[in-house]
Structure formats: structure tokens, C-alpha cells
Design a protein around this ligand. Structure first.
Ligand SMILES: *Cc1c(COP(=O)(O)O)cnc(C)c1O
Length: 247
């Protein structure tokens, strides 16, 4: 269990290394000045299937952002860990529309919005429950999930749908459009990463609130950062392999 501290240190080192390599690449390519700035990458620790005690260990060494996929499991842990003042919860799993109320109540970020109905439901719940929410900032940070490798088994919108869904989210008063999330297909090469970077830059040019490209997991974090990721979602490399077949 004590590996968690070491694992986080290792991942942070890899992130810094990748940022450094990326900024060198940018300057060698002599791209425009807006592309030249050093990446700032947030580490999201994906704690699905892992106990609250493991999350608390990570928190105690400075980790603040945690990602969960399964709602009931997540709510138990969020409740158990409510004494940790700066903890920030991100929902990253597929969303059923009958779960939107609980997601809106318990999470600060949702990375997996993939249809207008979900955006509207999240927004409506936040308007209804305004008085019951304890934290001051009642707006929910939203990323749109893009099925960038166009895999039938994966959730997410096609890249051609990004701008229409972005407009829906941007028009919701309690939602803040922060960016895009993707899980590029393993073995598909770098084309999917490059497409995501391109989409992200286009979206950023249109919406000033957009600052997040959520891309990269334990096995592809350096590649994702090379293509402009600003948030990597790391589970296995922090908490170890997950038991069973889920995830
Ligand atoms: C499980 C999961 C991760 C973390 O994957 P690892 O390979 O364990 O790092 C990241 N993003 C999503 C959406 C996940 O479901």
C-alpha cells in the first residue's frame, strides 16, 4: 500500500518529463507563439474499485483530484471521505440519464457528457437543488467525451458533433464547458491523438472557458501529453492492477 506515494512521485516525474519534451518539440517546430507555451498538466487519480483508505493515502501526499466510474461505489467513498476539505471528485464513467441527479449532487466535474439530454438534466438538477448544495461554487465542470477512434463499443460523440453539443452545454447556466475527453484506441497509432488536439484547439478558440483536454491513461500518458493533453487519468500506475474484469 505504501507504493501509492512512490507511484504518484513517479507519475509526476513522467508528466514533467513529457511536458519538457513537448515544449522542446514545439520550439523546434517553430510553431506560433500560442502553441509555444509550456503545458500544464493535472494528474487525475482514477480510484475506481479501490478502497477509501487508498484514496486517503494519496490525499495525504498531496493528490486532490480523483476520478470514479461507478456511481454507487463512488458515493460511498465520497461520503466516507467528506472530512478531506480539498478533495475534488470527477465522474468519468458512462452516464445513464436516471443517475444525473446524484452525479450533479456529488461531483465537481463530469468528463463523460455525450448527449444534450444529459447536459440538460444535470443543469436542471443543479437549479432545483441550489439551496442544498454546500460548496459555494454550484457550477459543474463539463468535458464532452469524444469517440475519437470511432469504436462501436465505446461511448462518446463523433468529432462532427462536438460543436453542437458544446453550444448546448455553454447555454446551460449551471454548467461550465471545460473541454474534451477521449480514450484513443490502443494500437491505432497517433492519428487519434492528433485529431483530439486539433478539435481541442478549435473549441478553445471559440469558448474562453475551455482549458481541459482529458486524455492519457497509465499506458499512454506521455503520448497524450505530446498531443496537448492537460489532464491525464491514471489508475493502475498509482493504485495497482484492479481485481476482476471491470474497468
Ligand atoms: C479506468 C479508467 C482510467 C484509468 O485507466 P488506467 O489504465 O488504470 O490508468 C482512465 N479513464 C477512464 C475513463 C477509465 O475508465
Amino acid at each position: 500500500m505504501n507504493n501509492i506515494k512512490e507511484n504518484i512521485q513517479k507519475i509526476k516525474y513522467q508528466i514533467n518529463q513529457a511536458c519538457h519534451d513537448t515544449s522542446q518539440t514545439y520550439s523546434q517546430k517553430n510553431e506560433s507563439s500560442s502553441n509555444n507555451k509550456q503545458n500544464f498538466v493535472t494528474l487525475l487519480a482514477v480510484s475506481k474499485t479501490k478502497p477509501a483508505s487508498a484514496i486517503e493515502q494519496a490525499y495525504l501526499v498531496g493528490q486532490r483530484d480523483f476520478g470514479e466510474n461507478y456511481l454507487q461505489e463512488a458515493i460511498e467513498k465520497i461520503t466516507t471521505l467528506s472530512h478531506l476539505p480539498e478533495i475534488c471528485w470527477h465522474f468519468i464513467g458512462p452516464i445513464q440519464s436516471n443517475k444525473t441527479k446524484q452525479i450533479a449532487q456529488h461531483f465537481s466535474w463530469v468528463h463523460s457528457v455525450d448527449r444534450a439530454k444529459i447536459a440538460h438534466r444535470l443543469n436542471n438538477h443543479l437549479n432545483e437543488t441550489n439551496q442544498q448544495i454546500h460548496h459555494q461554487d454550484t457550477s459543474l465542470n463539463i468535458c464532452l467525451q469524444v469517440n475519437i477512434s470511432e469504436e462501436p463499443s465505446k461511448s462518446g460523440i463523433m468529432s462532427s458533433e462536438v460543436f453542437s453539443l458544446a453550444e448546448v452545454v455553454d447555454n446551460c447556466d449551471k454548467l461550465t464547458l471545460r473541454g474534451l475527453m477521449a480514450i484513443p484506441e490502443k494500437n491505432a497509432g497517433e492519428a487519434s491523438y492528433e485529431k483530439m488536439q486539433h478539435l481541442f484547439k478549435k473549441l478553445q478558440a471559440q469558448y474562453p472557458t475551455v482549458d481541459t483536454l482529458s486524455m492519457g491513461m497509465s499506458n499512454d500518458l506521455a503520448l497524450a501529453i505530446t498531443y496537448g493533453s492537460t489532464m491525464v487519468r491514471i489508475g493502475t500506475a498509482i493504485f495497482g492492477e484492479r481485481a476482476g474484469k471491470i474497468g
